[in-house]
Design a protein around this ligand. Structure first.
Ligand code: NI
Length: 176
C-alpha cells in the first residue's frame, strides 16, 4: 500500500463533481487500499478520492481507529464506500467542530444532520446500506460533500471562511 499525495485548498480537483465508478475492480480496490493508508498516515477519520487528486466517487472512513497513550495506533473498522449516496437524513441537526486534511490545521463549527442513511457499493462490489449516527453521520456528510466539490468551509459563514482561507494561504506561502 502506498501513501498518496494529498491535495489541499485551492487545488481545482477539490471543486469538481466526481465521476461515478462503473465497476469495483482491482484498480478500484488498489485505490481504496492506498486511500486508507493515506488517511491513517495523516490521522484522518475519512478521506475522499478527490483529496488524492482522483475525481471519482470513492470514500474511506474509519471513526473507530485509536491511538493509545504510548502512541500505538490501531485500525478500527474501516469502511470502503463506492458511489455512496444519502438516501435519508434526519430532521434533527447537530453542530460540531470539523477539520479536513485538504484544509490543514484549521477547524470550524459546521451544522449537519444528526443521522443519515447511505447507500453504497462495498470493497467486494456488493450493494450496502449504512445508518450513521454521531461522528459517523458527520463524517459521511463531510466526505460525500467532497464528491460534489464541496468543502466544509463552504458550509460556514462567509466571514469565517475568509478568515480560514487567509490563515491557510499564509501558512502555505511560508512553506514555499
Ligand atoms: Ni475533508
Amino acid at each position: 500500500m502506498t501513501v498518496l499525495k494529498l491535495y489541499t485548498y485551492p487545488e481545482p480537483v477539490l471543486k469538481k463533481k466526481a465521476q461515478k465508478v462503473d465497476k469495483v475492480d482491482d484498480e478500484t480496490r488498489q485505490l481504496l487500499d492506498d486511500m486508507l493508508e493515506t488517511m491513517y498516515a495523516d490521522a484522518g477519520v475519512g478521506l475522499a478520492a478527490p483529496q488524492v487528486g482522483v475525481s471519482k466517487r470513492i470514500v474511506v472512513i474509519d471513526v473507530e481507529q485509536e491511538d493509545d497513550e504510548e502512541g500505538h495506533f490501531s485500525k478500527g473498522h474501516p469502511l470502503f464506500l463506492v458511489n455512496p449516496e444519502i438516501v435519508w437524513c434526519s430532521d434533527e441537526m447537530v453542530c460540531g467542530e470539523e477539520g479536513c486534511l485538504s484544509v490543514p490545521q484549521q477547524r470550524a463549527e459546521v451544522e449537519r444532520h444528526a443521522q443519515v442513511r447511505v447507500h453504497y457499493v462495498d470493497y467486494e462490489g456488493k450493494e450496502q446500506e449504512i445508518l450513521g449516527e454521531g461522528l459517523l453521520a458527520v463524517c459521511l456528510q463531510h466526505e460525500l460533500d467532497h464528491l460534489d466539490g464541496i468543502l466544509y468551509i463552504d458550509r460556514i459563514s462567509r466571514l469565517k471562511r475568509q478568515m480560514i482561507i487567509k490563515k491557510l494561504l499564509k501558512t502555505q506561502s511560508s512553506h514555499d
